[in-house]
Design a protein around this ligand. Sequence first.
Ligand SMILES: Nc1ncnc2c1ncn2[C@@H]1O[C@H](COP(=O)(O)OP(=O)(O)OP(=O)(O)O)[C@@H](O)[C@H]1O
Ligand SMILES: [Mg+2]
Length: 267
Amino acid sequence: MKIAVSGKGGVGKTLVAGILARLFAHDEFKVLAIDNDSAMNLSYTLGIDQNIKSQIVPIKEMKSMIEERTIVKGAGPGVYNINPKVSDIPDRYKVSGPDGLQLLVLGGIEEPATGCLCPENALIRTLLYNLFVKRDEVVIVDFEAGIEHLGRGTAKGIDLMLVITEPSQKSLDLCKKIIDLSKKLGVINIFLIANKIIDNSQKEAIIQKIKNWEVPLYHSIPFDPEIAKADLDGKSPIDYNSNSKAIISINSLYHKLKKLKAELFDL
Ligand SMILES: Nc1ncnc2c1ncn2[C@@H]1O[C@H](COP(=O)(O)OP(=O)(O)OP(=O)(O)O)[C@@H](O)[C@H]1O
Ligand SMILES: [Mg+2]
């Protein structure tokens, strides 16, 4: 199952992606977590060891590897292969984390208004695209905030798009755009998840605001001060306090997704 997590900046994408990856891995699924955000902080939420973390070089920064794979011999400047060889990249560059999970750090796809066709973006898109069609495991992609990166290449093959919102109109507006675009790109299972919910009235307000959407609220995660404490400590929130209310809630989200996975794929 290939899960992607998207939403506005700061809503909790990395928290949800990272903790779900840990829970799937703990349950003995083969998990590949992919950091596709330019801030590249998924490794903290996963609880990757400091020594391993310090050795990570994001794929996007591997200039010579990218050049070698995208160069077209004899062609002039500005001409490069937009379908480079990528199949060996996950196994060569992934690192190991707790519970046997694996992490591949790509870095973000920066997409200027004109649409950047640079070699790094082509390589990353090809990688996401191919990974999605080939691998038999749980892949969880922590996307860059916003919507600009979401194109045919990145959305191709996503089985589940988790769209995260916080209790704000701005965040919901962006979720609507992500949902509409994901649908256009052919993603079938799209789930809205509210995070940082303080009380039931906030949850009810969100339900009210989205009552005409085709995608209902699938799950809601409470605001939890333990998450910020874990962040300050540089620890994964699940290692810091596995009984905190947000972690318990993400655990129940995990069980819903596991059940869904069985219904969708294990028939
Ligand atoms: N349920 C929660 N309760 C309290 N704080 C939370 C919760 N979820 C996330 N946070 C806090 O919100 C901030 C953003 O969380 P996170 O990094 O997961 O979001 P993001 O969507 O990945 O952000 P970015 O767009 O910067 O990548 C962090 O400081 C985190 O501690
Ligand atoms: Mg993030």
